[in-house]
Design a protein around this ligand. Sequence first.
Ligand SMILES: N[C@@H](CCC(=O)N[C@@H](CS)C(=O)NCC(=O)O)C(=O)O
Length: 219
Amino acid sequence: MLTIYGVSRSRASRNFWLLNELDLEFEHVPVIQAYRLPDPAAESAPFNTQSPGFLSISPAGAVPVLRDGDFVLSESLAMNLYIAGKAGGPLAPANARETALMEQWALYGATSIEAHALAILYAHSEGRAKSPEGEAEIAAEVARLRRPLGVLNSHLRDHGHVVGGRFTVADINMAEIVRYAHAEPGLIAGYPAIAEWLAACHARPGFKAMWEKRLAEPA
Ligand SMILES: N[C@@H](CCC(=O)N[C@@H](CS)C(=O)NCC(=O)O)C(=O)O
């Protein structure tokens, strides 16, 4: 059975969503981010990304991590591609070209979108969004997102989904990256094909079940 290390309030959300879609049983080992704890080294601290027991599994000290027997894998997007590929079915790539396209879009999301979308999210969640500095920071990140979100918007307008004209793991990976940009009011609405696709992704029971658990976790 697969084991997932992480919490719902982390990029493990991507893996939990996919596992819900696949209706796959898995073991969940909660590992909280060390930076969310006042003293991650304290004896009373919960199992966290700096716990020696976790660092021995994942020297990078980050969640999520997957274990499948003696196989250990980190990087949430790679984990999802592995889980889907192993499970097969409509969410998985149907051939080598789809595999390559799913990798292409995961890398595009991770390298061209994620950092800017996350910076926007943090500016909001850390209370800077209404300050002049925060507004300038957000405006710069919104400008940096213009090209990649434009590329994604045109692709979704023409194809409906990220790969293969159907809902796949590639949609989950991209939707979870784009979700961070939602923090900026009106931003996603400016990309109508993304807005429509993201709303459909978020209407899926697999996403909703993940989101409910995430909201139930202490912030
Ligand atoms: N690119 C990695 C990023 C992993 C990452 O940064 N995880 C964060 C939580 S979402 C983390 O564990 N941070 C721990 C820490 O910095 O202490 C992935 O997608 O899995």
